[in-house]
Design a protein around this ligand. Structure first.
Ligand SMILES: [Fe+2]
Length: 474
């Protein structure tokens, strides 16, 4: 029998409370005017445990739920569905939670879970080739039907993809290729890392293995028109440590950062390593090549990864504050291992997004969440705002919603296919803490401080999630 969820766990209540319903809603009420040119679909995904976990639930370990907003001709509809992975199906048949609710295996897990190839798909949702894929970095991609959002099964691209795949693949807007990677592919604590290249048609064209300098959590990476950049930060993984009751993932700043850069054409044989002072990055805004042979990556950098511990189990030491946007420049013409690190803004930000038509090329604008609902990714605050940083001028703009309102990742929607960079809208799902409901908010991308030009109202809440993407109907 299904047990009640904890009523005091921070990741199971309020903004984070799981939704127990799947449904469809047409012609949602709208305040303001939804631009009639907006014609497409926004997908969002996040953790949403089907059943109460048996142990101390970790946010990253919840079953995935997809939220779809279709906007067309000034009207809006909504649909949500669980990603019905084998774990979801097993628990559905059992009628209760069988997992501890932790990312690493736990003695509280039902032994049948260990037999499953994969269990989670909750971090990002991308369309590529003919596929709509729900992604989580420790597992294979999970394919969904684009019309109904029903679960189709693991996508191995014709059986060619072995093991997991990152939740942050990069899609080249010029070639249509999808570039991805996978870490610890030989198991927790292994240095085995892979780089995958998929053609525009969704087929796996190349998959190469290399050994990272040490096993670590690699959440995101960067790609330019000519290079693949794989940062290895010293948030290390060790199965030996986990076996002794110490953290599976621990902060070991003495190891420093190791940033691997390889040519897209020549692959891992061309890998070159750069070294720098320890820091941690969950998310990259964008990266590009310069005309004088440099590689530039803009990303959201923490001095110390929030919520993690040292190898001995003590709290992570170092300056602990929220993340800031920085620019790293790698001069490929020099033969040393150094790179430069320059701040682009003092604003505390996360969930960086660029105008995806400029992905892998030089960009000017970035949009972010500023402030956070949880201490896992930053400092807890009484609201989460949307920030815009013009990396050319350094100008910043902010849209601050009401107190107790939390905006999710901002996604850029171009006004038209040929519009200038940044000419369009930002869509973001905002949780209204006072009424325990969510709205889809539309902002003018280059004038976010003006506030919403349209707000689509849901009668229920969309739980705190991770990532999503917009796909124009055209
Ligand atoms: Fe992420």
């Amino acid at each position: 029998m299904a047990k009640p969820f904890s009523t005091d766990h921070p990741f199971l209540n309020g903004y984070f409370a799981p939704l127990h319903l799947e449904g469809d809603a047409s012609d949602l009420p709208i305040s303001g005017m939804l631009p009639v040119e907006m014609d497409g679909t926004l997908y969002r995904i996040g953790p949403n445990p089907q059943f109460a976990p048996r142990g101390d639930y970790e946010w990253f370990a919840g079953d995935g739920m997809v939220h779809e907003f279709k906007l067309s001709a000034g009207r809006a509809s909504y649909r949500n569905r669980y990603v019905r992975t084998p774990k979801w199906q097993l628990e559905h048949e059992a009628g209760e939670g069988l997992s501890a609710g932790t990312v690493a295996p736990s003695p509280l897990d039902d032994p049948r879970l260990a037999q499953l190839r994969s269990t989670l798909a909750n971090t990002n949702i991308v369309r590529h080739g003919r596929n709509l894929l729900a992604l989580e970095e420790s597992h294979a991609p999970y394919a969904l039907d684009q019309t109904s959002l029903s679960s189709l099964g693991y996508e191995t691209f014709g059986g060619d993809l072995v093991g997991p795949m990152t939740a942050h693949p990069k899609i080249d807007p010029v070639s249509g290729e999808m570039i991805a990677f996978a870490y610890q592919t030989a198991g927790l604590g292994s240095r085995d890392t892979r780089v995958h290249v998929l053609g525009a048609d969704g087929s796996l064209r190349r998959s190469e293995r290399f050994m990272a300098p040490f096993a670590s959590m690699m959440h995101d990476f960067a790609v330019t028109a000519s290079r693949i950049i794989l940062p290895v930060f010293p948030l290390t993984a060790s199965i030996d440590r986990a076996g002794k009751g110490l953290p599976a993932y621990a902060w070991e700043p003495e190891l420093g950062n190791h940033i691997g850069i390889m040519s897209r054409r020549d692959g891992v044989a061309s890998m070159r390593w750069f070294r720098g002072e320890a820091s941690y990055v969950f998310h990259v805004l964008n990266a590009y090549d310069t005309e004088d042979g440099k590689v530039v990556t803009d990303m959201v950098r923490y001095d110390v990864p929030p919520g993690y511990r040292m190898a001995d189990g003590s709290p992570a030491r170092g300056r602990q504050h929220g993340a800031r946007l920085v620019r790293w420049t790698f001069d490929l013409a020099r033969d040393d291992e150094r790179y430069t690190d320059a701040p682009l803004s003092d604003m505390q930000v996360e969930f960086p997004r660029v105008d995806d038509r400029h992905a892998l090329q030089q960009h000017r604008h970035g949009w972010f969440v500023s402030g956070s609902a949880n201490t896992n990714v930053g400092e807890a605050s009484d609201r989460a705002s949307i920030a815009h940083i013009d990396t050319q001028t350094g100008a910043t703009r902010l849209w601050r919603p009401q107190r107790n309102d939390f905006a999710g990742e901002p996604v850029f929607v171009p006004r038209s296919p040929g519009a200038e960079e940044g000419d369009g809208w930002i869509v973001t799902v905002v949780y209204r803490g006072d009424t325990h409901r969510s709205d889809l908010v539309v902002l003018e991308a280059l004038d976010i401080a003006r506030g919403p030009i349209a707000t689509v109202h849901l009668s229920h809440h969309v739980p705190a999630g991770f990532h999503g993407n917009w796909y124009s109907a055209a």
